[in-house]
Design a binder for this molecule. Structure first.
Ligand code: M6R
Length: 608
């Protein structure tokens, strides 16, 4: 989605803004722009397409003098991607400049109202309404105009605002769209996401909902929605710059695939003590855990897929019924929730609009909530009753890999904790599972060592039209993820099916040479899977199998086999996902796709 960066200080602002926008490219965008204030006039440059166009247009920022500015990468919602719709947007006299993330839901009503008052609009965006509305309310006091604007607009927004009448000040405002401020040696910054300013500072303030920040060169003041001053404490970001850089890898996605052993270890380690599962941040007593009668796992995309895996694990291990739901469905379907329900929301960014809305819906109904979140201090992390962090570090590639893997780990640990407390597993079983978990990082490394084998295979499929992924039980869950990974970055149509369901319609799509990737890691389902594989093979499919080491039987049916090391039956997805991620990556690479920034996609989906 869109990205925001802002700077006020001793340095020339434009290069700092371009540099910050560069770090936000991963969020997905279709145009970019900056506005810089030199104390007299606010000058801007905007361009459709990649940031390099904007860089060229401004000679790397040189053409825009001034020490205060705002920048934006836009992911179109209202109005097509174009120069005119790119941010910043201005009032008519160009004395107020605005960059915006989010959606102003009542923008049409406000726009009509402003048009009646004589305002002229030059773009199709909802954002332009904010610039004119600020102009309408501005009577000499910017804070007052901002406050009045906030009381009128509905929807979500993170805003960076410049007022020409007030040199030396940069305003930042947020509601339901992330925004942070940071202090550096040469000045102060705003950003929608940490990587944009990490080069300059690790000391940040999280602007909360309906709060305002006023930045000057050497100070930041915060206000509530009534314009009253409030105090805030700085938080030190633990990542360093290298965590958000490619470090020699061709793509962030590949780097993040390779970071999985560490990410898994970092998520596991603090929660295994003396062979026991200890999740301090769970905030639930043993009695409370015993009382839970139903769990909902609610999320979007890959995070949802980890929920599908977790359903099998929780139900099998802890014997608690689990419903997994897409957040966009859950929030509107009036789910049956009561005091014995636990709602788990899973999100890398912690800002996904539908997941956040589902969380709020559950909270409004007094249901206990737990967030499994990667981004520290994000909205979901702050609003859930309790938060269990996945320690994946910053994930930049749009296609999630290491966050997915750590979400699985968090869910396994939770299921084990619940099973331990509810007495549905023995200590010996827990011990065996702990041992298996500890081996996962090394086993993932082993799989990564054989990436060339997958690359060779992937190269044969860069021209494929359709690819199917099939599996049963937990292997169905990994098929969903394998299929999404492939299609989101390679643009090859792909579907995941519960293997037994294929013959109820979809098998008619199998033609001579269609690739079917079959995942079979569950011993009790091997035979059933082989039957399903033979069904598609006799109809011409080419069969790739992902299975456990030692299951050589599969070679009778499959054309190509990838073996994964043996692990506990509940944890196989953590290993099977590695070749599937690599397969998606290498197919996309072979096709020449923009792996880290696939078309139409955004890293953090902050709109409905
Ligand atoms: O930040 P979140 O985990 O809430 O994001 C959820 C999905 O948007 C995300 O997993 C998406 O499906 C990824 N692009 C998949 O690789």
């Amino acid at each position: 989605m869109c990205g925001i960066v802002g700077y006020i200080g001793k340095e020339q602002a434009a290069p700092v803004l371009l540099d910050g926008l560069d770090k936000l490219e991963y969020r997905g965008y279709d145009s970019a722009g900056i506005a810089v204030f030199d104390g007299e006039k606010i000058q801007s440059a905007k361009a459709r397409g990649r940031l390099k166009v904007l860089r060229e247009l401004t000679h790397g920022g040189e053409k825009l003098p001034g020490n205060c500015g705002i920048g934006h990468t836009r992911w179109a919602t209202h109005g097509i991607p174009s120069d005119k719709n790119a941010h910043p947007h201005f009032n008519e006299s160009e004395s107020i400049a605005v960059v915006h993330n989010g959606i102003i839901e009542n923008y049409l009503k406000l726009k009509n109202h402003l048009i009646e008052k004589g305002y002229k609009f030059t773009s199709d965006t909802d954002t332009e309404v904010v610039a004119h509305l600020l102009d309408y309310y501005y009577k000499g006091d910017p804070l007052e105009a901002v406050v009045r604007m906030m009381h009128r607009v509905e929807g979500s927004y993170a805003l960076g605002i410049l007022f020409r009448d007030h040199p030396g000040k940069l305003y930042a405002v947020r509601k339901d769209s992330p925004l942070i401020t940071g202090t550096s040696k040469t000045g102060n910054l705003i950003a929608s996401d940490v990587p944009a300013i990490l080069k300059y500072t690790r000391d940040v303030y999280f602007i909360q909902n309906e709060e305002i920040a006023c930045l000057e060169e050497d100070s930041i003041h915060f206000y509530n929605i009534d314009g009253e001053p409030i105090e805030k404490e700085a938080v030190t970001i633990q990542w360093d710059v290298s965590a958000a850089e490619k470090a020699g890898y061709e793509h962030f996605m590949l780097k993040e695939i390779y970071e999985q052993p560490k990410a898994v270890l970092d998520t596991l380690n603090p929660r295994i003590r003396d062979g026991k599962i200890e999740i301090d941040e769970l905030g639930m007593s043993d009695d409370e855990i015993k009382k839970i009668k139903k769990i909902y796992i609610v999320a979007c995309g890959s995070a949802y897929h980890t929920g599908v895996t977790a359903k099998y694990v929780f139900e099998g291990m802890a014997r608690i019924p689990v419903e997994v739901d897409l957040a966009s469905e859950f929030r509107y379907r009036d789910p049956i929730l009561d005091e014995d329900t636990l709602l788990i929301v899973v999100s890398q960014s912690g800002e996904t609009a539908d997941t956040l809305a589902a969380l709020r819906e559950a909270k409004a109904r007094n249901v206990r909530t737990l967030g499994i979140v990667n981004v520290v201090g994000s909205s979901i992390a702050r609003e859930a009753d309790n938060v269990m962090y996945t320690w994946a570090g910053p994930e930049i590639a749009v296609a999630t890999t290491k966050a997915y893997s750590t979400q699985l780990i968090a869910e396994y640990l939770l299921a084990m904790k619940f099973a331990q407390v509810r007495g549905t597993v023995t200590q010996q079983e827990i011990d065996e599972m702990v041992e298996a978990l500890k081996q996962l990082p090394g086993q993932i490394e082993l799989l990564l060592d054989h990436k060339e084998k997958i690359q060779r295979f992937a190269n044969r499929y860069i021209a494929a039209r359709d690819i199917f992924f099939i599996g049963r039980g937990i292997d169905y869950a990994i098929s969903l993820e394998g299929s999404l990974k492939l299609k989101e970055i390679s643009y090859i149509h792909s579907e995941a099916y519960a293997a037994g369901e294929l013959k109820h319609g979809t098998i008619s799509l199998i033609e001579e040479g269609t690739l079917v990737a079959a995942v079979l890691t569950q011993e009790d389902l091997y035979k059933k899977m082989i039957s399903n594989m033979v069904e598609v093979k006799t109809r011409g499919a080419f069969l790739l199998a992902v299975t456990n080491m030692g299951n050589t039987e599969v070679e009778k049916a499959a054309d190509y086999v990838i073996y994964i090391p043996k692990t506990h039956k509940y944890f196989t997805n953590s290993l099977a996902v590695i070749p599937l991620q690599l397969f998606g990556y290498y197919v996309a690479l072979g096709k020449g796709c923009d792996v880290d920034k696939p078309r139409n996609l955004a890293k953090s989906v902050t709109v409905e």
